[in-house]
Ligand binder design. Structure first.
Ligand code: HEM
Length: 247
């Protein structure tokens, strides 16, 4: 659509409209990549909860993910597709967040004299640092369970543990191991809950579903549900392993 350029206000209007459009596009990209993460964590949480049904149920899920689509796909083909989509989503999510943050900083080069958090929630104020915390957690998490398979429980690289996803899980979180592992994971899940709480509300707002008091209330409730179900569901396995129910 052409935008009027005549008159003294013309060029800046065009610039402003273009900036607003790209800001909306960036927010849409954040929401879309965020939804990809939510779908992944739901699938991952389902896989983790199978630990309550024992080693075979847990390991068959991990193996099933690798065998999915065979023989049309090579072994672990689906897993690599999922990994590729997640990496792409992460790049889009972090890059959009960085561009939006720098735009916001440019729009207000002088900070507020008196900084008051008028009505904003704690989760909305901690999005940036919460996101960085989650990124650090994910790197540590992948080193522990996927890349190096750090065997914290047995204090070494014991193949019967590192090559068996269920054993690695149990040895990472049980009471003979280090309780601080469970504490780190619970803190990470708190960060995840806060990020999901505000992220869900914010993406619904981007989609235009917060235009009335009722829809805003619903969007906030959706944020709580997503945060509690996902972070709560993930926390169950480390907690119940620490207390010896999963062993
Ligand atoms: C209490 C929380 C969590 C536990 C106990 C847990 C456990 C695990 C385990 C055991 C694996 C290895 C699975 C296998 O070898 O097949 C794994 C892989 C992974 N986890 Fe988690 N996880 C948790 C939370 C999360 C969260 C919150 C995220 C992301 C936001 C995440 C992202 C990943 C990724 C990307 C992989 C690698 C999948 C792959 O490429 O093989 N995890 N997790």
């Amino acid at each position: 659509m052409a935008i009027q350029t005549q008159g003294p206000a013309g060029p800046s209007l065009v610039k402003g409209a273009r900036a607003a459009r790209t800001t909306i596009a960036l927010k849409m990209m954040m929401a879309a990549s965020g939804i990809i993460f939510i779908l992944f964590v739901l699938l991952h949480m389902y896989g983790n909860l199978r630990a309550f049904w024992g080693m075979d149920a847990f390991n068959s899920y991990a193996e099933g993910l690798r065998e999915f689509g065979e023989p049309e796909l090579p072994h672990a083909g689906m897993l690599w597709i999922i990994r590729g989509v997640l990496i792409l989503a992460l790049v889009v999510h972090v890059a959009s967040a960085a561009i939006l943050a720098s735009r916001a900083a440019k729009a207000r080069p002088v900070k507020y004299q008196v900084k008051k958090n008028l009505g904003s929630s704690l989760s909305s104020r901690t999005m940036r640092w919460g996101g960085v915390t989650l990124l650090v957690f994910i790197i540590w998490h992948l080193l522990q369970f996927t890349i190096v398979k750090v065997n914290i429980g047995a204090g070494g690289q014991d193949d019967s543990i590192t090559k068996n996803p269920y054993q690695l899980l149990v040895h990472s979180f049980n009471a003979d191991s280090h309780a601080w592992m469970t504490v780190i994971y619970l803190l990470a899940m708190l960060a995840l809950a806060m990020h999901l709480h505000h992220g869900t509300f914010s993406s619904l707002q981007t989609l235009g579903w917060t235009n009335s008091a009722t829809s805003r209330r619903r969007a906030r409730a959706a944020g709580w549900v997503v945060a509690i179900v996902i972070a709560g569901g993930f926390s169950l396995v480390p907690l119940f392993t620490l207390f010896g129910v999963i062993k």
